[in-house]
Design a protein around this ligand. Structure first.
Ligand code: SF4
Ligand code: FES
Length: 250
């Protein structure tokens, strides 16, 4: 096991009103087996011992499921590795003596709450606008397994459903567009018969809410797909555009 000494350049901001700034901290004896969040835990223990305010950062599952750990590390959403969230990022991706810059997601629609924590409730509101299906629970509900679905569609729907709503796509996009997220949420239902019932209103409502929240436009740059920890494909954006066009001319 190798250990390393690091300089952390961390965004500190007391609350959403006050201006923030970068502050440098030293951490020592960091194991390369640690996760990035465990390394931040070490920093926070150190700060608490020194009577200083710990760094606020979001996290929950710490296993790549909840999408809470939204950090911009050395200029990349979720750091230098691919296909991982910040909680799954290993310290072995860094080396002794490194300076690591840690910032919150930067997007108008994701305002900073404190330090590295941002408010991602805009995503919740987009999902509330249409990210569900209505199910008949009258007692005559058809068994889902009795509905034939082509394997290809089931696989694509499952791939889209892998989106954990982390917001890396927004943070990494030069326009702060939420198209990859919305495309994943629309696609997971659009590909299944259960989702077709409300498909028209779903896509219109979700896109309207997205625009209302202040996310930027998609210019097909593709950075979102590169930084997405769940490999959500750009083909979902093409599907969203088709669904939106179809719904608009109805
Ligand atoms: S599309 Fe990818 S990057 Fe965007 S919210 Fe979903 S999982 Fe995160
Ligand atoms: S803490 Fe849940 S995905 Fe990282």
């Amino acid at each position: 096991m190798a250990t390393m000494n690091l300089t952390l350049r961390v965004w500190r901001q007391k609350n959403s009103k006050e201006k923030g700034r970068m502050v440098d901290y030293k951490v020592t004896n960091i194991s390369d087996h640690m996760s990035f969040l465990e390394m931040l835990d070490v920093l926070n223990e150190q700060l608490i011992e020194q009577g200083e305010e710990p760094v606020a950062f979001d996290h929950d599952c710490r296993e790549g499921i909840c999408g809470m750990c939204s950090l911009f590390i050395n200029g990349e959403a979720h750091g230098p590795d691919r296909g991982v969230t910040t909680c799954q990022l290993h310290m072995r991706m860094f080396k002794d003596g490194d300076t690591i810059t840690i910032e919150p997601w930067r997007a108008t629609a994701f305002p900073v709450i404190k330090d590295l924590m941002v408010d991602r409730s805009a995503f919740e509101r987009i999902q509330q606008a249409g990210g569900y299906i209505s199910v008949n629970t009258s007692g005559n509900t058809q068994d889902a397994n009795a509905i034939p679905i082509p394997k290809r569609d089931a696989d694509r729907s499952m791939d889209a459903a892998a989106c954990i709503g982390c917001g890396a796509c927004v943070a990494t996009c030069k326009n702060s567009s939420a198209m990859l997220f919305v495309a994943a949420k629309v696609s997971q239902f659009a590909l299944l018969p259960q989702g077709r019932v409300e498909a028209t209103e779903r896509v219109l409502n979700m896109v309207n809410q997205m625009e209302h929240e202040g996310f930027g436009n998609c210019t097909n740059t593709g950075a979102c797909e590169v930084e997405c920890p769940k490999g959500i494909s750009l083909e979902n954006i093409a599907r969203l555009n088709r669904e939106y066009l179809k719904a608009s001319i109805r």
